[in-house]
Design a protein around this ligand. Sequence first.
Ligand code: SF4
Ligand code: SF4
Length: 444
Amino acid sequence: MKLKTFERGVHPSYNKELTADKAVVRAGLPGRVIIPLSQHIGAPCEPVVKKGDEVSEGQKIGEATSFVSAPVHSSISGKVKDIVMHPHPSGARALAVVIEGDGETRDWESDGGGFDLDALGPEEIRGLIRDAGIVGLGGATFPTSVKLSPPKGSRIDSVILNGCECEPFLTADHRIMVEESEKVVLGLKAIMKTVGAGSGYIGIEDNKPDAIEAIKAAVSSLAPDIRIVLLETKYPQGAEKMLIDAVLGRKVPVGKLPLDVGVVVNNIGTAAAIYEAIRYRKPVIERVVTVSGNGVKEPKNLLVRIGTTFDEVISQCGGLVDGMEKEVLSGGPMMGVAQKTLEVPVVKGTSGITVLAGSEIKPATHKPCIRCASCVDACPMGLMPYKIADMGRLGMTDDFKSWSGLACIECGCCSFVCPAKRPLVQWIRVGKVRLREAERSSSK
Ligand code: SF4
Ligand code: SF4
């Protein structure tokens, strides 16, 4: 069978074998959690608790104050010790609620209601998703209730679940598909009902045969109309625009969104979280995190409470290996963010903690470009990375804009293939920030 895919892209070493066959295990209950009030794209939450308050597991501790935002909940039962600025895995600092646990836990599945989509209208489902603080759990962290609120007049005909997990090392979505396939399929049905889409698809790369089988079985018993689309294993197959192209053959124009071509894309973990929000009224207080890389002693897939520090998570995986240089990333090696401290907390968007070691660490250089065009051949967006990267680095904002620098999806393919190891994607990020600043100041 011919596998579907998109144009260009790269084939990095996937290294999934370290954790692909390891079932998700629940991490130990942390004695203390640090829960940032900003774990999503959009306005940070306002705290609705204060120092000294007792909180229960799942209680709202941060309220969304604007439409593009998502509330934050306590992941453990205990007492608020502090509300302070704290390092965030994004590299910034954010206001966070520090909670000391009392050891109590709640069994969400024993006191949940039912999962009757016929009894719920789109607005009710959207409300449950918003109340549960669900955001794109693949790492994008866009508030899901906002994504599922298309503007008046737009028509969504298709929902695609992203089961690619094309980032090297990460296997969290893979394990959710194998172990929680029914939640995934029912979550997709809920999304389809919310946006009024008649067609549902689950795109899965062909390097996950056990996940394909599990999802096929769940679809055939629960929703035979949903189509499973087998995709070539290629990076960045899971990027929204690439996925829509591969699954439906629709191109999302530069500057437009998936909904402009009638599509909504959601992540596998997000669909499972939607199921849990509807069935158990359970907010996002924990998530599956792949802890992997040759720098960690016992790679695992762990179900981790939000706010647990990276240090504690890594120690539950045997700790770091000795005697080698190491680099800890939030996420995988293509799009992940290097961490300066392990005191950062797991947040809703933490799909993985990757610890690279020794020769896996590839420091960027500033060697001259040799005009080999490898970056151009790799760019899935059809951009000229060597040009826009220099425009970003040099502050040439008008040129950066006219060469479509804003269309870059920051996949890192260009940096990955560059023989001169130029930090192209970092320079492009700088270009975007400078362009937005320039546009803000000119509009003032
Ligand atoms: S320019 Fe942007 S979209 Fe193109 S390969 Fe580089 S990071 Fe990816
Ligand atoms: S891959 Fe690197 S060296 Fe080759 S053209 Fe692009 S920036 Fe220049």
